[in-house]
Write a protein that binds this ligand. Structure first.
Ligand SMILES: [Fe+2]
Length: 316
């Protein structure tokens, strides 16, 4: 096969599992050039199997090329919320560094906002249609000797399977309340949510059990600890107690993979089945900069009592 052909055909791509719970590393692929359809289909299958793909050494990946690669997976999610965007409302600047390159103090609200993401979450759970996948490029990552700064992921398919039958029955009809403003309850020093944000992302409820039509109706847990801690249909105390139990289920090491970033890793993960959280690090000492693009979800997801739940389950 000619190596001069465009789009490039990648013959030497290697995809290898990195952890029993989830994740694979992709080596030998330069995402700054367009991918042929066969390679892209390999990636699609790999994401479905491993839920997370780490593409090493994407130093040449421009913002435009990252957007182009993201668009292969679906429409980009747009972020109307304040203080996230850098050059476009589809580019999420995940950093303790301003868009101008200034290292922000740990008390700057843009740094504090990163702490909200240190809690288990799946991106955009506070939207009526949460995101499908996120892609994050490590532009400035912590040096090897630094503590923390990793991103930890947990597999909610496995976490659901391992619940007791009693717990599965308990959560079957329940929903969690997700709301963007919850971060302000955790960190009251953050500036208040603007009227625009309040209007754009009102509170929403999602089933605690998510059904996956593309997996023969398999189920996963779906909840977060950064966008709420209340369960609809329970008292506040009961709901928060259940929520704490689910959080400890998500933290069980056998479901988790801790990603230690190398410079210019592009990590892509499936928000439908994974939770993630950023591990704490010394924000005053280290700069940490990521460029994130996000693939929007297409439809509200299916829970046990959704009208389409039966057909989703019977497909398998
Ligand atoms: Fe996130």
């Amino acid at each position: 096969m000619s190596t001069m052909a465009q789009p490039r055909v990648n013959q030497d791509i290697e995809i290898s599992r990195v952890n029993d719970a989830l994740g694979a590393e992709v080596v030998g692929l330069d995402l700054s050039v367009p991918l042929d359809d066969a390679t892209f289909e390999n990636l699609r299958e790999a994401l479905q199997t491993y839920h997370l793909l780490c593409f090493r050494d994407q130093r040449e990946l421009s913002e435009e090329a990252q957007v182009a690669f993201t668009e292969r997976w679906g429409e980009l999610e747009v972020f109307p919320e304040a203080d996230k965007t850098k050059t476009a409302n589809t580019i999420y600047n995940v950093a303790n560094v301003s868009a101008d390159g200034e290292h922000l103090g740990p008390n700057d609200h843009r740094s504090v906002y990163q702490k909200v993401n240190a809690r288990w979450h799946t991106d955009s759970s506070y939207r009526y249609i949460p995101s499908f996948a996120s892609l994050m490029l490590g532009i400035e990552v912590l040096p090897d000797e630094a503590k923390g700064g990793e991103t930890e992921f947990s597999n909610m398919l496995l976490a659901y399977d391992a619940l007791s039958d009693e717990m599965k029955a308990l959560i079957e009809p329940l929903h969690m309340v997700h709301y963007y403003e919850f971060g302000r309850r955790l960190f009251p020093e953050l500036p208040p949510v603007s009227p625009f944000e309040r209007e754009a992302v009102p509170p929403t409820c999602h089933p605690l059990v998510r059904i996956h039509p593309d997996r023969g109706g398999r189920r996963s847990l779906y909840f977060t600890t950064n966008a709420g801690n209340e369960v609809s249909g329970m008292s506040l105390e009961e709901g928060q107690k259940l929520h704490r139990k689910l959080a400890s289920q998500a933290s069980r090491p056998e479901f988790c993979y801790l990603h230690r970033w190398r410079p210019f890793d592009l990590v892509m993960w499936d928000n439908r089945v994974l939770l993630h959280r950023a591990k704490h690090y010394d924000m005053a000492r280290y700069r940490r900069v990521f460029r994130r693009t996000t693939v929007a979800g297409e439809v509200p997801f299916i829970g046990p009592f959704s009208r389409t739940a039966d057909s989703a389950t019977s497909e398998g």
